[in-house]
Design a binder for this molecule. Structure first.
Ligand code: NDP
Length: 280
């Protein structure tokens, strides 16, 4: 039976640490959270982020635009937030409604305030290893691995999924830590033949419970990034947890694994942005 990688517990510790660093440095970090339209899931995410901010002494300011506000109005808002000295981080909740170019909006955020690390400059910095911010989800995964003394060095890590926000930066971070990395995607032929070789398997696919026990090497570390709402109620991930936890050595649960770590790392990035603003 696998050891559970307790993201919920570790995320609490990260928030406590951020709070104490905010207080001891006498900082007042500010995070602008921009939401466009009335996507119910986005509303939940935004509310959670505001709650995390309150918990660690970060001032959050919400900017809610109607879905039909238009890209120009959104870009004008971002330009105003880029110029504000009391705002250190800007987060635009994705997905945006139809009619907005997410790429254009992300690139409009000042790289110094891009606490999601989605801006091209920050993506490049992750690639070179000379970064200011790391994208929150893969950074949260690395934090979990470190906390449980799971060293990727020399291990074969298989990342399923190649999105810009999870799969690709995840692979890059594991590579920086001297893992041998394989990236799989929707055109990978015989996915199981790769996942079965993984010492550390990271699943960021977005397909409900698609990773089954027969696809996992005995004793593997299994990280499930996926989040899905089950028809029967409750949440599950990309991994068939009940079966895979019998075979893996470590596993992240859903909920309570990667999700809370993603939220916590956003707070840490906002603190880092405020510290760097103060230093400059
Ligand atoms: P994307 O949809 O952007 O990317 C999914 C990736 O999975 C793509 O690279 C796609 O390949 C690949 N894929 C799709 N089907 C298959 C398949 N059958 N076999 C192998 N690979 C496949 O998703 P994200 O990376 O944004 O998110 C992935 C999951 O993680 C989602 O469930 C999302 O909700 C969740 N998530 C959770 C977070 C958290 O904090 N826990 C944060 C962010 C996301 P291709 O490129 O070829 O299309």
């Amino acid at each position: 039976m696998a050891v559970i990688l307790d993201g919920k517990g570790l995320a609490k510790k990260v928030l406590v640490d951020v709070k104490s660093r905010v207080e001891s440095a006498g900082l007042c970090p500010g995070l602008a959270v921009v939401i466009v339209g009335d996507n119910a899931a986005s509303r939940v995410y935004v509310n959670n982020k505001k709650k995390d901010c309150a918990e660690c002494g970060i001032k959050s300011e919400e900017f809610a635009l109607p879905a039909d506000a238009g890209e120009t109005q959104l870009l004008t808002l971002i330009a105003e937030l880029n110029a504000r000295a009391d705002i250190h981080g800007i987060l635009v909740q994705l997905p945006l409604p139809d009619g907005y170019s997410e790429e254009k909006v992300i690139q409009a955020i000042s790289p110094e305030k891009d606490v999601d690390a989605f801006h091209m400059l920050n993506v490049g910095r992750v690639l070179t290893g000379d970064y200011s911010f790391l994208p929150c989800t893969p950074a949260g995964v690395m934090e979990l691995l470190d906390h449980y003394n799971i060293d990727p060095k020399g291990k074969h890590c298989v990342v399923v999924g190649r999105s810009n926000i999870v799969g690709k930066p995840m692979a890059m971070m594991l590579l920086h830590r001297h893992a041998t990395v394989t990236i799989c995607h929707s055109r990978t032929v015989d996915l199981a033949s790769f996942t079965q070789q993984a010492d550390i398997l990271v699943c960021a696919v977005g397909k409900i419970e698609m990773i089954t026990a027969d696809m996992v090497k005995p004793g593997a570390v299994v990280i499930d990034v996926g989040i899905h709402r089950k028809e029967s109620g409750g949440l599950c991930g990309d991994v068939n947890y009940e079966d895979v936890c019998q075979k893996a050595s470590f596993i992240t649960p859903v909920p309570g694994g990667v999700g809370p770590m993603t939220r916590a790392l956003l707070m840490r990035n906002t603190l880092a942005a405020a510290v760097s603003h103060k230093a400059n």
